[in-house]
Design a protein around this ligand. Sequence first.
Ligand SMILES: [Mn+2]
Length: 323
Amino acid sequence: MNDVSYKSLSIEDACQRLLKATHPVIVMHCRPDGDTLGSAVALAKIFGKMNKRAICICADKLPKRLEFMCDGFFTENYTITTTNTVIAVDIASPMQLGGLREGLSISLTIDHHDMNTPFSDNCTVPSAAACGEVIFEIAKRLIEMGKIDAIDADIAKSLYAAISSDTGCFKYSNVTPKTHRIAAELLEYGVKGDEINHKLFDCKDIKQLRAEAMALKNMELYENGRVAISTVTHKEKEEAGIESEYFETAIDIVRSVMGVEIAATIKENSKGKFKASIRSTSKNVAEIAAKLGGGGHIRAAGCMVEAESMDEAKDKLLSLILE
Ligand SMILES: [Mn+2]
């Protein structure tokens, strides 16, 4: 992949690429979230308006809580040939293609991450809170070009879910006035925001709640309560019968403790593989993650911690946080 320079595309360029696409296959990032799924499904619906049948694929299984967003476009049974135009959404680096990394020829990536490792020609809008905002801009441009008639309630629903998902229900620091303007417009198209937000944020699988309870039970505070770290070992997960996917929101419990400025969780994904998620209200945690070979945003980052035991992983991370 070295020595290849990929083009940065404008919204207009991206639209031109979409118009030329044949048998579109839309790829989501591994460990899919609401933004990658909502963006992919919205784009598939936009293709539908241009009489192209698109499918949405992912290296990993969809978490149960997001299944309501699929609308029949997500599939696990597919073959990709040279006649398919492959488009990636919400993917910042080739790593995030997961098991699909080998053998996929991606024509276009539509994304919003500021720190990225390009792996195809890409239309990236770092000011967008969610990839869903970029897809919205693309839909608006396609309307101006006369290529689709409108953003209907069905497309609007997917875009709204994507944006709400990546902004934590419009409450993270990535939210801009424009985010709200787009969301307001989507509501005008008939989206039931309350229903979507209930499904995304208020209703949790019992396993997810048990995972959050475990995160709280295992949480320890340092530095007079300014740092909180919670751990869960492979053994603990197995004994509780809770799979890794249910621990995605455990970090939110840890960071919700009053006074905590830096929150982290360390999950032992499989034996000896320690995955850390770090959140901060002040310190640059992307730098901490980078020291361990990971990355992310200033306030939200992640990495793998090389260690023989959970205690060692925790000590390593804690000493970097306290530096
Ligand atoms: Mn996103």
